[in-house]
Ligand binder design. Structure first.
Ligand SMILES: Cc1cc2nc3c(=O)[nH]c(=O)nc-3n(C[C@H](O)[C@H](O)[C@H](O)COP(=O)(O)OP(=O)(O)OC[C@H]3O[C@@H](n4cnc5c(N)ncnc54)[C@H](O)[C@@H]3O)c2cc1C
Length: 453
């Protein structure tokens, strides 16, 4: 049964999820994507023999919605999940340490590792353990927590600057794309509770073993076509108008301008693109969306002529390096070793010249990987994502809108909407699933079908 026409605007993970779910619910679905490929913020390009991801992505075992999407796309086998959370932590000025979990009930699963974490003094380790227990009692939905930063809260707890840098910040900067002093305590609570503290295995890290373009974009395109979705790439929605009980959507594609109609529209684009699209419609709070702003991520890519480290992944302290990943096999390199340095909250690097980043990061890699001192660099390049996520600062919880708008049939999705999660692949997929549920419920109530959900 055709239950009506849905147009999904935006082919990132949120839009892909919403389109698939709406098709499964019996709607006739069109997905519009302005670019030439699906996958949104997650994409890859070819450089020489490498297939390069513009930004290293990792996820955690607790990303259940995202993992569900990977299964739905038939690519769940293309990721590698740690059997147990384990992060080597390197420093140019000291011996390496390891953060790992044990098979103990939470929160004891982390205690042995924290108490043994040699990047901190014994007193700092004991305080960190107490702070973790206090954090576990916080409610991420408490609005008061969104008034303060993670850095403020940690200072109030008496955490030392070293503990903030070497433990809390190590995880929070990567998860929230913000320094602790700029990260909402509400979102930090979500990350640390759901991601680390509440259950034994939630923090186990997963890394895609194929380029993101293949994992998300190509697989999504195949799954959408199989589900009967009309996928239109290089097709940009220009605005959205109300028309009777439905919508008119003027679009521009390779052929020219045309107008689509729909009973429901899911707007699954970033906030800066969503605001002009809904400008003609009575959606509350739109003027505030710009305050979500943006935070950059920079990846520095180095191809060596020989292996320089046996580590698949490492975090680095006391260095401009944050996290380093071995991408040799994933990118298809046939010689040497290809490392990607992932730099979150990268305001200081986003406008830096590639030569300057070379002069900063090549010596930094030599400091922590001694074999890099003798290795030749075959390629060095930088990818910059100025709008990688919204700026996940205090005060953002009240700005992020819910999926449902006061306009029946107009639904919002995207990792920036009110998902309860930070701007992540998990948030994007949750938002898409929720958007499809709202389309379904709205359509049932418009047609007078009894709603039991
Ligand atoms: C470098 C980088 C590293 C990251 N690392 C991680 C990580 O390790 N773990 C993690 O969980 N998350 C990470 N993220 C965040 C994660 O990628 C995003 O949260 C998620 O992909 C956002 O998905 P989305 O569908 O909400 O939005 P997007 O992916 O931004 O998709 C929106 C789509 O809408 C399209 N669009 C915009 N306007 C229009 C229009 N008018 N008409 C048609 N189409 C339009 C855009 O072209 C885009 O494809 C990272 C992001 C970046 C950039």
């Amino acid at each position: 049964m055709n239950r009506g026409q849905v147009v999904v605007v935006g082919g990132g993970l949120a839009g892909v999820t919403a389109a698939l779910r709406c098709a499964e619910l019996g709607f006739e679905v069109r997905l519009l994507e302005a670019r030439s490929r699906l996958g949104g913020a997650t994409y890859s390009f070819v450089r020489g023999e490498l297939v390069v991801d513009t930004g290293q992505h990792v996820f955690l075992r607790c990303y259940t919605a995202y993992r569900g999407l990977l299964r739905r796309l038939g690519v769940a086998d293309s990721i590698s999940m740690q059997p147990q959370f384990r992060v080597p932590v390197l420093s140019p000025v000291g011996r390496p340490a390891v953060l790992r979990r044990w098979n103990l009930p939470a929160p004891a699963h982390l205690a042995p590792s924290l108490l043994d974490y040699r990047m901190l003094t014994v007193a700092e380790r004991a305080r960190v353990a107490r702070t973790a227990l206090a954090l576990r009692r916080l409610d991420p939905d408490d609005p008061a927590l969104d008034d303060i930063s993670l850095g403020q809260w940690l200072r109030q707890r008496g955490e030392s600057p070293r503990a903030v840098d070497a433990l809390w910040g190590l995880l929070a900067v990567a998860a929230l794309n913000a320094e602790p002093g700029d990260a909402s305590m509400a979102l930090a609570t979500k990350v640390f509770r759901t991601g680390v503290l509440d259950s034994t295995d939630s923090a186990d890290i997963a890394i895609p073993q194929v380029p993101l373009g293949q994992l998300h974009g190509d697989a999504a395109h195949r799954a959408l076509l199989a589900a009967g979705v009309d996928v239109r790439v290089r097709c940009k929605a220009r605005t959205i108008h109300r028309s009777g009980t439905g919508f008119r959507i003027p679009v521009r594609d390779g052929v020219g301008d045309s107008v689509l109609t729909a009973d429901s529209v899911v707007v699954a684009v970033p906030h800066r693109a969503a605001a002009p699209l809904v400008a003609d419609l009575p959606v509350p709070g739109v003027a505030e969306w710009g305050r979500l702003s943006a935070a950059p991520i920079v990846n520095v890519h180095v191809l060596y002529d020989r292996p320089v480290t046996g580590l698949e992944m490492a975090a680095v302290l006391d260095s401009p390096l944050q996290w380093v990943f071995d991408r040799t096999a994933i990118a298809g390199a046939t010689r040497g070793q290809y490392l990607a340095i992932s730099l979150s909250a990268a305001q200081e690097h986003i406008h830096a010249r590639t030569e300057d980043l070379h002069d900063l990061f090549v010596p930094a890699l030599r400091q922590v990987f001694p074999h890099a001192r003798d290795a030749q660099i075959l390629d060095f390049f930088v990818t910059r994502e100025p709008n990688a996520t919204f700026r996940q600062a205090p005060g953002t919880a009240a700005i992020r809108p819910p999926a449902r708008t006061p306009v029946p049939g107009l639904v919002l999705a995207g990792a920036w909407t009110a998902t309860g999660w930070p701007d992540t692949t998990e948030g994007a997929v949750l938002s898409g699933t929720h958007a499809a549920e709202v389309v379904d419920l709205d359509q049932r109530s418009q047609r007078g079908v009894e709603v039991t959900a």
